[in-house]
Design a protein around this ligand. Structure first.
Ligand SMILES: C[S@@+](CC[C@H](N)C(=O)[O-])C[C@H]1O[C@@H](n2cnc3c(N)ncnc32)[C@H](O)[C@@H]1O
Length: 433
C-alpha cells in the first residue's frame, strides 16, 4: 500500500468523506480487522474518488507509522481517555498537521466535524479543538525511537537484540517501503531493471520505487515477475532446488515461495489450509505460467505418504517482522499471540520433518522478530527430533545480509540490515539423516 499523499493536491481541498473513511480504516486496522495490505479494498474506501482514497490511505499509514509518539503527545494533554473513536480522530488530526502538512485550520476544523458526526460524542468537540490547538502551539516530537513500537514489543526486542539494535529496528517503522520483485527468469534481470526502474539486490531481487497499480507495470501481465519482499525471497533460495526435484511448500499461499521453487524447475506440491488464499496462489501460477500441485489441507495432518527432496515451512507467525509494510501488525498484536503461534509452529515443524526424505533439506522460516518463533523454536525442534541436524547457511548465501548470520548457521534478518529496509525474518535450514 502506498503511503504517498496525492501529488499536487492541497490537503485542505480533501473533504470530510476522505477523513471519515480514514477513521473507519484506522479503527479496523487497530482492531485487527483490516491488514493494511487488504486495506486497498476496505469498504470504507470504496465510495471515494481516486484522490480522496489516496489521501485516506496516506493519512492512515502516516498515523500508524508514528502511533506511539502520537499517543504520547495526546496523553500529555488528556486527563482522561475519551471514547475510542474520539481518540482515533485525535490521532488522525495530529498526523494531518505534523506528517501530511495539512493546513492546521483544515485539520482542526475537519477533526471537530468528524466528532460532530459521532453518535453521543458531541461533548468532545471542544476537547478535540483544544487538544489539537495546544499541540499546534507546542509541536510534539514524532520520531522518538523509544516510542515508535508498543512498549511490550520494544522491551522484547531490547532483551533479544540489545538496546542499539532495538532502536534501529523500531526506527524502520517510519520508512515507506519500496516494492521488491522476484523474477521468473533471473537471466532477464538487466532488461527488467531498466523497464521497471529498479536496481538489483544481492540474491537477485529487484527493488523499485515505482508507485501505482502493479497490473499496469511492464511485463506484469506476461508474468515475468511477482511482488516479494527481499527477505521473503531468501528462504526458498536456500533450498537450492534442482530441476525435477520434488519440493513441498507446506504453508504456501499466496505463493511467492511456491513460484520461486517452480521457477527453479522443481516439481512443487503447495499446501495451504485457506481456500481463499489458495485461489490467489492459483492466479499467481496462471499469470506466471508456472505449475504446482495445489492442495487445500491442514499441513499438520495432511494424509499423504510421500516424502520430498526439499521441504519449505513458511509458518504462520505473529508477523512482527513485517511492520514496515504493515505497521498495524505491531499495534494489533497481543503478548499472548506469540505463545499460541509457537505451539502451532512446533506441530508444523514435526510434520515438515516427517515429509523430508532421508538426505533431504528442510527450510523453516517466520517473518517474526520474536525468539520463541525463531531461535527457541529451532532449539526445541532439534532437541526432540533425532536424525534432523542443522545444515548451516553460509555468509551471504541466497542474498542474505552478512550481519544476519548467527554462529549456528541460522539467519536472524533484522529490518534495517538491507539498505532501505526489509521484512524481519528468522530462517533455519536442516538436513534429514
Ligand atoms: C506466512 S503465510 C505463507 C506465505 C507464503 N509462503 C508465501 O510466500 O506467499 C502462512 C500461511 O500458512 C497458512 N496456514 C496456517 N496454518 C496452516 C496449517 N495448519 N496448514 C496449512 N496451512 C496453514 C495460512 O493460511 C497462510 O497462508
Amino acid at each position: 500500500m502506498s503511503d504517498q499523499a496525492p501529488q499536487n493536491t492541497p490537503n485542505d481541498a480533501v473533504g470530510l468523506p476522505a477523513r471519515a473513511a480514514a477513521l473507519d480504516l484506522l479503527a479496523a486496522a487497530l482492531g485487527g480487522r483490516a491488514g493494511m495490505d487488504e486495506g486497498l479494498s476496505h469498504p470504507a474506501l470504496a465510495a471515494l474518488d481516486g484522490r480522496d482514497r489516496a489521501f485516506a490511505r496516506a493519512l492512515v499509514m502516516a498515523t500508524l507509522r508514528h502511533l506511539g509518539p502520537i499517543d504520547a503527545a495526546l496523553q500529555s494533554r488528556l486527563k482522561k481517555a475519551p471514547p475510542d473513536r474520539v481518540v482515533q480522530i485525535l490521532r488522525l488530526g495530529v498526523a494531518q498537521v505534523f506528517l501530511l502538512k495539512t493546513p492546521a485550520h483544515a485539520a482542526v476544523a475537519t477533526s471537530v466535524d468528524l466528532v460532530a458526526r459521532e453518535k453521543g460524542a458531541q461533548m468532545f468537540k471542544g476537547l478535540v479543538n483544544a487538544v489539537l490547538r495546544g499541540l499546534i502551539r507546542e509541536p510534539p516530537e514524532l520520531a522518538d525511537p523509544d516510542l515508535l513500537a508498543p512498549s511490550w514489543l520494544y522491551a522484547r526486542w531490547r532483551a533479544a537484540f540489545g538496546e542499539d539494535e532495538a532502536r534501529r529496528i523500531a526506527a524502520v517503522i517510519m520508512q515507506e517501503a519500496a516494492t521488491d520483485l522476484s523474477l521468473r527468469d533471473p537471466t532477464r534481470s538487466d532488461a527488467l531493471s531498466v523497464e521497471l526502474e529498479a536496481h538489483s539486490l544481492p540474491g537477485g531481487t529487484l527493488r523499485t520505487s515505482r508507485r501505482g497499480d502493479l497490473a499496469t507495470w511492464p511485463e506484469f501481465a506476461e508474468g515475468a515477475w511477482w511482488v516479494q519482499d527481499a527477505s521473503a525471497a531468501i528462504p526458498a533460495r536456500l533450498l537450492a532446488v534442482q530441476p525435477g526435484e520434488a519440493a513441498l511448500d507446506l504453508c504456501a499461499a499466496p505463493g511467492g515461495k511456491t513460484l520461486q521453487l517452480a521457477a527453479a524447475g522443481a516439481d512443487v506440491t503447495a499446501i495451504d489450509r485457506a481456500p481463499a488464499r489458495l485461489k490467489r496462489l492459483a492466479e499467481n501460477l496462471a499469470r506466471t505460467g508456472l505449475a504446482a500441485e495445489s492442495v487445500a489441507a491442514d499441513a499438520a495432518t495432511w494424509p499423504d505418504r510421500r516424502t520430498f527432496d526439499a521441504v519449505l515451512l513458511d509458518a504462520p507467525c505473529s508477523a512482527t517482522g513485517t511492520f514496515r509494510r504493515h505497521p498495524d501488525v505491531l499495534w494489533a498484536a497481543k503478548p499472548s499471540d506469540v505463545a499460541g503461534l509457537a505451539a502451532v509452529q512446533s506441530k508444523l515443524l514435526d510434520a515438515a520433518a516427517r515429509r523430508t526424505r532421508p538426505g533431504g533439506r528442510l527450510v523453516y522460516c517466520v517473518c517474526s522478530l520474536e525468539p520463541e518463533e525463531g531461535e527457541g523454536q529451532v532449539a526445541a525442534f532439534l532437541a526432540r527430533t533425532p536424525g534432523v541436524t542443522l545444515y548451516p547457511i553460509a555468509e551471504g548465501e541466497g542474498g542474505s545480509p552478512p550481519a544476519s548470520l548467527r554462529p549456528d548457521g541460522t539467519l536472524r534478518i533484522l529490518p534495517h540490515q538491507i539498505e532501505g529496509g526489509t521484512d524481519g525474518f528468522y530462517v533455519a535450514r536442516f538436513r534429514q539423516a
